[in-house]
Design a protein around this ligand. Sequence first.
Ligand SMILES: *Cc1c(COP(=O)(O)O)cnc(C)c1O
Length: 498
Amino acid sequence: MEVNYRSTRSNAAPISASKAILKGLADDGGLFVPDHLPKLDRSLSELADMNYQEVAYEVMKLLLTDFTEEELKHCIESAYDDKFDTKEIAPLKKADGAYYLELFHGSTIAFKDMALSILPHLMITAARKNHIENQIVILTATSGDTGKAALAGFANVEGTRIVVFYPKDGVSPIQEKMMVTQEGANTCVVGIHGNFDNAQNGVKAIFTDEALKEKMDRAGFQFSSANSINIGRLVPQIVYYVYAYTRLLKQGVIKEGEKINFTVPTGNFGNILAGYYAGKMGVPIGRLICASNSNKVLYDFFTTGTYDKNREFILTSSPSMDILISSNLERLIYHIAGDDAAKNAALMDELKKDGRYTITKDMEEKLSQFYGGYATEEDTAKAISSLYESDGYVIDPHTAVARSVYEGYRKATGDTTPTVIVSTASPFKFETSVLKALGKETNADDLALADTLSKIAGVPVPKAVACLRGARVLHTGVCEKDKASMQKMVEKFLGIEA
Ligand SMILES: *Cc1c(COP(=O)(O)O)cnc(C)c1O
């Protein structure tokens, strides 16, 4: 049965998966959600005998129903190949009684690779299916991580171009180096003299410029977006929840049908939402433990029923979770409102107007699968050092937030259900924080610190970091923070300046 995608904010007619991927956001500003969630049509033990790519196909074919088998398999094979440094793609490591699902074996050593390595292929396939002749131009503003993951995903993918704007003085040296050394003639990286908000606003303004849209169309280009609300990023994330369950089954840790928990370090709520969908599709999931850092807006939401972004923004050692508006939460709100777009739209209006909303008791009752927790900076550092002391296993600060929250959950509930901790970044990506947590000296350059960490952790320096040694800077573009200056950079790159 076909799955179509409807908006969380209106009853406009649902559209096909490929159209939803191309559009990103619905015209009414809502997010696309599947009109129903199909059940897995293979048993969990059958899936346990498949590799990552095969599991990916079995899951994604159910949700991207207007893609042919050949198209989908081609996308999967192009994404999950030797860009990943292990054949398992997403290995599970047992440490201190929990199972760490390592989602950092792709080209930028963080979990966004899981979706951003396949999104470009889904997007150009979607364009072809919908008879779009134009080249797809991805425009992204980044505070560091997403930009590089998108660049790596789109680099050298035929029929696409990608332009990334980042705050020139607002990213870490290693993040900047990773971006400006990006290869691929279809990539463009520009530093702006401004902050992330300036970059984001400029990108939004360029996106919605009708005159530019026409000019681009005449030259054979059109914009699309790779941000985390695109269902082309959400659907591939469901795969590793199915995969993790079936690996535990294969290893004999659980019996078919036995429930497991997941603990997910959360920011925009995309990752954990994929886990929720996996559960609806038939993966036996007990609790979904939502772990926040000191920006604990989600913890407060799960404990009080009120979402309130009116608070101080705190910079932490887990920067990819420093978020006050978790965009993907809107999809969960829509579902617990009984798939009621009007009810959801009213709450989102409140959020826009007052920065807060409160859900009804009925809705709260539908959240019982979720458990919210948070970790302070001190908790996070302790989670890194204690796991290293007990098991010699080194985790990054985002994963450490999850470990800390899981420890708290276990103490509070006594729940001994086997639990997967979703490990979202390699410790090498955040080596200064990790080494500090381990009580080590951090007065050295980034590459020397990587060597130190490699000795401590007993794992080689990942290729993504090692290859920065002596890498050539390929992008030197810099511009002012106003829209006109940024637009000029885009036009120059596309060869369409006046
Ligand atoms: C993006 C990110 C997260 C948060 O994931 P969401 O899907 O936004 O909740 C957690 N950890 C790392 C390392 C990330 O890059």
